[in-house]
Design a protein around this ligand. Structure first.
Ligand SMILES: Cc1cc2nc3c(=O)[nH]c(=O)nc-3n(C[C@H](O)[C@H](O)[C@H](O)COP(=O)(O)OP(=O)(O)OC[C@H]3O[C@@H](n4cnc5c(N)ncnc54)[C@H](O)[C@@H]3O)c2cc1C
Length: 455
């Protein structure tokens, strides 16, 4: 055996597996294979001047490398079972929360101390929301911010680098089951291990699907969330964001009964491009450092789309819609809410004339040519509903960027220990398993399997 444990993917799931293994069993020989670069080499070429939009790099530095998709994220660790994944279905709510709190403690020890933990407990906004048929979900949110999140990752890497062997820029191509464990094949070499943890996140979703197909591991996929990123002056949401930082609000549309929710709120943040398997969608982040903050707040409005038999390719459906926006806009499209309502496209002039400066250089256009009617209607209804708790949300100049898609990896069939069905010692964790969709849940799943292995 080359290694006792091989971890595939150095996102939060992989990092926390490695961290906990080192803590619990320092004598184990552990390797981490990562398709992307080491942390200091991760750089998105978009500088707003020479390179204004995504040039589709071979490995996307936003999504891949040490720190995973979370490295340049807003670093919001939501400590809750209400959203962010369904880890609790495997291990119970209490244990899931304990693991998330443990991850928070580690983050505090490795550079996050002093950052704020927000909570919805006892907030007056719960009442205000419910009075307007909006539902505020319960959570504690640790906001590290993009800058502190980076420092925490740097410190975790410095702790791990002499104890774990890292292989960067080394995508794993195949995982084979052997008599004593697993063989992990890269383009150049193969490595053997007794136990293998796969934590390849969303960027590794296609690869994960292939591996499950090759190994005959059952999977299912039937959900995708589609919507837009909303950007408005920070003052509009400041009463909510000052107290809660992030509010996850759910609304059931009157017209279709669909659920629309706010997602990933970034007070005084910036809207950014996201490249998933060559498709450009939109996302957002913000900084803890006031010097880097903007005058705008952004958040996603997403409509959950569940499919029933015989359709199985929910991600393919989301990709097709995102491709349509890429086709029309060459990337992300931006539209003023006022233009959308009046049935006209936004133009450079209309965007320039708005009382808000966009933080992302997107192509002015018409989202009604991209988003299915049912989804767009849901988003419009939700904007008017939010306008009642945050007046100004439905102003003409509110910017909508599209499309934002939350791809859900197909859910891999694993047991309560996150071990793949019929494959002893093969663990599938984090967003790549389809079980988690967030930093805190992915990290918690890493700790969980490390403890299983250590035992
Ligand atoms: C811009 C942005 C902002 C976000 N903000 C937040 C937030 O504030 N809060 C929150 O909770 N979540 C946020 N998220 C989501 C969060 O980042 C993910 O839920 C989390 O990173 C999942 O962790 P993971 O370890 O499962 O996967 P990932 O972080 O995706 O890491 C997987 C790693 O595996 C590597 N990999 C893939 N395939 C292979 C292969 N074949 N071989 C080797 N390596 C491979 C990838 O390169 C990647 O580095 C954000 C995401 C983005 C993109």
């Amino acid at each position: 055996m080359n290694y006792d444990v091989i971890i595939i993917g150095a996102g939060p799931g992989g990092i926390f597996s490695a961290f906990e293994l080192v803590k619990q069993k320092p004598e184990l020989k552990v390797a981490v294979f990562e398709a992307g670069h080491s942390l200091e080499k991760r750089r998105c070429p978009i500088d707003g001047e020479k390179v204004k939009s995504c040039i589709a790099c071979k490995t996307c530095s936003i999504m891949s490398g040490f720190g995973g998709a979370g490295a340049f994220s807003d670093g919001k660790y939501n400590i809750t079972n209400d959203f962010g994944g369904t880890l609790y279905e495997y291990i119970g709510k209490k244990k899931a929360l304990e693991l998330m709190h443990y991850v928070d403690e580690i983050n505090m020890t490795y550079g996050g101390e002093g950052t704020k933990l927000y909570s919805t407990a006892g907030t007056k906004f719960k009442k205000l929301c419910i009075q307007n048929d909006l539902h505020l979900l319960d959570a504690s949110v640790r906001h590290l911010g993009t800058d502190i999140n980076y420092i925490v990752l740097e410190n975790l890497y410095n702790f791990l680098k002499d104890k774990v062997e890292f292989f960067f820029d080394t995508p794993v191509e195949h995982v084979l089951s052997t008599e004593n464990g697993y063989e992990v094949q890269t383009a150049k070499e193969s490595y053997s291990c007794e136990k293998c943890v796969i934590s390849v996140g969303r960027s590794g979703s296609k690869w994960m699907e292939k591996v499950c197909g090759e190994m005959g591991i059952p999977t299912k996929s039937n959900r995708v969330d589609i919507g837009v990123r909303v950007e408005l002056p920070a003052e509009v949401f400041s009463h909510l964001t000052d107290e809660l930082y992030e509010s996850k609000i759910v609304y059931r549309t009157k017209e279709y009964g669909d659920l629309v929710r706010t997602f990933c709120m970034n007070p005084k943040g910036a809207v950014v491009n996201e490249n998933t398997n060559g498709i450009i969608t939109v996302n957002g982040h913000s900084y803890e450092d006031p010097a880097k903050q903007t005058e705008n707040t952004n958040f996603a409005l997403l409509v959950a789309k569940h499919f029933s038999e015989p359709f199985k390719d929910s991600n393919g459906y989301g990709e097709s819609i995102a491709r349509l926006s890429n086709m029309l806009g060459g990337g992300v499209i931006v539209q003023r809410f006022g233009d959308l309502i009046r049935g006209r496209r936004s133009t450079e002039d209309r965007i320039e004339g708005a009382f808000i400066t966009p933080t992302l250089n997107a192509t002015p256009g018409d989202l009604s040519l991209v988003l299915p009617k049912r989804i767009l209607d849901g988003i419009i209804e939700m904007l008017y509903a939010l306008d009642k708790v945050a007046p100004g949300t439905a102003n003409d100049d509110t910017l909508l960027y599209g499309v934002e898609v939350k791809f859900y990896n197909m859910e891999v069939e694993v047991g309560s220990d996150l071990m793949a069905k019929d494959y002893k010692g093969l663990y599938i964790i984090g967003d790549g398993s389809g079980i988690t969709h967030s930093l805190s849940h992915a990290s918690a799943s890493g700790v969980l399997v490390a403890r299983e292995i250590a035992e």
